[in-house]
Design a binder for this molecule. Structure first.
Ligand SMILES: [Ca+2]
Length: 507
């Protein structure tokens, strides 16, 4: 491994990858390829039997905020008050070292599969019309919970597949309402160059398990203004309806705030007096509060695990015509934002509340990854035997840590891909960058020597140790090279799925 430029583990030898891809193409021809393989050949690998839910299984509500800065909440120093989020944090654990992937799609993939997105071909946000999404073969959190007897529903943004066969109702959700692409799609039809003859008009979709999803209305700027509010309306309605049932429920609510184009519900327009981004922050807090109220009002708060995180740090976007850049959101002490590989892009607020189980008012800087939710939730609900064993799972079980039974988390490193390249590896409080980008739309820089920072004393990743202290930190290469070598080895044994490809499974 060249320390300065690690070979991309995703670039495993083509002689290994292509026969498997071709095998899939030969067998596929239709989207059922993956599931057929699982059904016929995966006994003991993916347990797809459905069990009666246990009374101990909590309801789960996962709220995902788009492009959320670490300090976009007042409990972490944000200037815009977020009292409902702060209240949620006080009632549960607040993870100050929660790590996501670098963009919308890969983080949603990590949450849903427990696998590094590059393994499943979801390492990038695909352009409209490009192949996108998870192969049917992937076993998602929604499928796992569904197999455990949960009623499952998604409201809001999906962004893990826009084509028939790859929408939420194809990946474990009983029903869904929302958008299958990026939040920005709301602006497409407002551009003067837009031509519906060549590009699809974005829509709000609905779907039910076993049926084909269907568009119900245009998703444009006007729709975007009310989109998060309506997502919460519908999620609250689902919670009220499901609370009457003996079956536990899983609701995934994907907000479109704080992603451009920046618009808010008319009720919040000008509310903060500090601009539309601040208005959006107020609306997020309001909508989180409405979900908490809905859970409380139907009497299931004691048995509902609420998770609130971001999908990536704040974006940095050009202002007007000038050369200056700005980041509307705040990453707090951390450098960079969306798609940079710096901590500001990778740490988002993260809170988990489960009364009587997760100790209240706990704050931890232990490393936790979005990859960890699938194995962790599987263990928390007694469904760990459903975690697939026929594929690499990069997430680790953090249930004992969340429950307060162990001080330290079960993770001491994260690997950050931006696209196909490893940009950085964090190991304990040390972080090594192989590539960097200063802003969301900046050029990518490679370096003669990797850059090493000590996050504990230098959260801004400003004092580069390899250079500043005369190579004495080069030893950090040892643990980090092993992490990369292990990953590369795993990806040679289990070649990465290419974007958009159907996949029958590993032999
Ligand atoms: Ca995002």
């Amino acid at each position: 491994m060249n320390a300065a430029h690690p070979a991309n583990p995703g670039s495993s030898p083509s002689r290994i990858r292509y026969p498997i891809v071709l095998l899939c193409l030969v067998f596929s021809g239709q989207l059922s390829c993956g599931s057929m393989w699982i059904a016929s050949d995966s006994v003991g690998r993916v347990d797809q039997s459905v069990t009666e839910p246990s009374l101990d299984q909590p309801n789960i509500v996962y709220i995902l905020v788009d492009n959320w800065g670490w300090a976009d909440v007042s409990v972490q120093g944000g200037k815009i008050p977020t009292p409902r989020i702060d209240e949620l944090a006080a009632a549960g654990i607040r993870l100050t070292n929660f790590n996501v992937e670098n963009q919308c799609t890969p983080t949603r993939s990590a949450i849903h599969t427990g696998r590094l997105p590059i393994r499943s071909g979801t390492q990038r946000v695909s352009g409209p019309g490009d192949a996108d999404g998870l192969a049917v073969w992937e076993y998602t959190l929604a499928e796992l919970l569904s197999d455990e007897g949960y009623a499952t529903a998604l409201f809001g943004k999906w962004h893990l597949g826009s084509q028939p066969g790859r929408m939420p109702n194809d990946q474990g959700y009983d029903s869904w309402w929302g958008i299958n692409e990026g939040s920005n799609a709301a602006g497409y039809t407002a551009t003067p160059q837009f031509d519906p003859a060549v590009a699809a008009i974005p829509h709000v979709w609905v779907g039910e398990k076993g049926a084909v999803s269907r568009p119900i209305r245009k998703y444009d700027i006007a729709a975007r203004e009310r989109f998060d509010r309506e997502s919460v309306d519908r999620a609250a309605e689902f919670i009220r309806a499901r609370a009457k049932s003996d079956r536990p429920f899983f609701a995934f609510v994907g907000f479109t705030h704080l992603h451009p184009p920046f618009v808010v519900h008319p009720d919040f327009n000008g509310r903060s007096g500090k601009g539309i981004y601040a208005d959006s922050q107020l609306e997020i807090d309001f909508n989180v509060g409405r979900l908490l109220d809905a859970i409380q009002q139907v009497g299931v708060a004691e048995n509902t695990l609420v998770i609130l995180t971001g999908d990536n740090g704040p974006g940095s976007f050009p202002v007007g015509e000038g050369p200056d850049w700005f980041v509307e959101g705040s990453a707090g002490p951390w450098r960079g934002g969306l798609s940079t590989g710096y901590e500001g892009g990778l740490r988002t607020p993260a809170i988990a509340k489960w009364p009587g189980h997760i100790p209240a008012a706990r704050v931890s800087d232990e490393i936790f990854s979005a990859l960890d939710w699938l194995p962790t939730l599987a263990h928390l609900i007694g469904g760990s035997t459903r975690i697939p064993t026929d594929r690499p799972i990069d997430g680790v079980d953090q249930s004992e840590f969340l429950l307060g039974r162990q001080l330290h988390s079960n993770r001491e490193s994260t690997v950050t891909f931006v696209g196909e390249e490893i940009f950085a590896v964090k190991w304990r409080n040390m972080k090594m960058h192989f590539f960097t980008a200063e802003h969301t739309h900046s050029p990518i820089q490679s370096h003669t020597f990797p850059k090493i920072f000590d996050l504990e004393v230098d959260p801004g990743e400003l004092r580069e140790l390899w250079e500043a202290e005369g190579f004495v930190h080069a030893w950090v290469t040892t643990p980090i090279s092993k992490i990369i070598a292990d990953l590369k080895s795993s990806m040679q044994s289990y070649p990465n799925i290419q974007p958009g490809h159907e996949f029958p499974g590993y032999e």
